[in-house]
Design a protein. Sequence first.
Length: 408
Amino acid sequence: MGEAWIIDAVRTPRGAGKPGGGLSELHPQRIFSTLLTALAERTGMERADVDDVIAGVNTQQGKQGLDLARMAVLDAGYPTTVPGFSLDRFCGSGLTAFNVAAMGVMSGAQQLVVAGGVEQMSYTRTLQREFMLDSGNLDLRKRIPQPHQGVCADLVATLEGFQREELDDLALQSQQRADRAIKEGRFSRSLVPVRNADGGIALDHEEYPRPQTTAAALAGLKPAFEAFFDREIDPSGTTYGTLIRQVFPDIQIRYMHTAGTSSGVVDGAGALLLATPEYAKAHGLKPRARVRSIATVGDDPTLMLNAPVPAAKKALKQAGMNVGDIDLFEVNEAFAVVPLKFMRDLDVDPDKINVNGGAMALGHPIGATGAILAGTLLDELERSDANIGLVTMCAAGGLAPAAIIERM
C-alpha cells in the first residue's frame, strides 16, 4: 500500500445559514467550484491530471442534487475530461470524501484527487425533507428506531450523566477559542474569499461566531429539543419519543442542549488535494502532510452520536498508535455531549481537542464540515509545530468516519 500525501487544503468562510447570509445568494456549485479554482492556482497543479473530484453533500436535492461535484468541475473551468461525483454520509460526508480520495491514491489506482464537501443550509432548510425512515420502510423503523439528532444528544447526555453546566462550559470555551483563532489569523492560510458573479466579495470572514457570549447568557438559554420528543412525524401519531421508548421504555430525558450547545446552521465548503508521492515529486508539488490511517464505523443508530470513539480507536489501531501519540484532535461539535464523551472515554487532554473552537462557535455546514476540519487540523499542526492529528465526527445512522494525518 502506497502513501497519500496532502498537498493543500482550502475552505470558504462559513456564512449564516439563512436568507441574507453571505453565501445564501450563490449557487452551491459555485461555492464549491471556488475552492477547485483556488487549489489549482495555489498549487500550480495540472488540472487535466486530476483523476477525480469528490464532494460530500448531505442534502442532494434541488440545487445540491444532480452530481454537484461534476457541475462544480465544469464551473471551475477544469478540462471536461476531469470527472466528479457526490456522496452522502450525513454529517460525515466531507470526511468520507477525503477518506475515499485517500483510498484511491494509496491503492495506486489514482494519482491526483480533489476531495471535500459543501452544504448551503440557507437553501436546504427551505426544502420539504422527509424524515429519514418515512419513505415507506416502516418495518425498519420498528426494528431500528432513529430519532431526531437533538433528542439523541439529550438522551446520550442523560445516559452518560453529564450536567447542563458541563455543556455550557464547553460551548463558552468553543466561542473563546474561535475568537482567539480568528483574531490571531489561525484560519488565514486555508481561508478563500468567495466572490459574486460580478467579481465583488460575497464573503471573506466568518459570520456565525458570537465572541460576546457569556456564561450567564448560555445559562439563560432554554433547552432546544424538549418539544421534539412529542412531535408527530407521521399520520399514525408516531413521535420521536415513541421511537426512543421502543429502546428505552423507562427513560426520563433531561433536556440540556440549547442553541448555544448545538452546532450552528451555516453555508460553507472545504476541499483538499491529495497525490501519490511519485506524482507529487515528478510535478513539483510540495506535500504538507501524509495520511496515516482512515476508518469508518457504525454504532447504535438509536443513540446515533456515539461512533466517534470507536472510529478513533479503529483508526489508531490501523496506524499502530495509541491516544498518547496524537498531538491534536478535531472532533466535530455537533452537540456539546459529543466531544465531552470523546474526551472522557479516551482520556483526552482538553487542551489537545478543538483548540481553535468548533461547530458550536463556527457552525456546521453538514456535507462540508469533515473536509473543513481536516484542513483546520493540518493548519494547526503546522502552526503549533505538532506532528500527528486525528479528526472524526458523528453522523446520523450511528456512523463516524475518522482519519489520522502526519505533518511533513
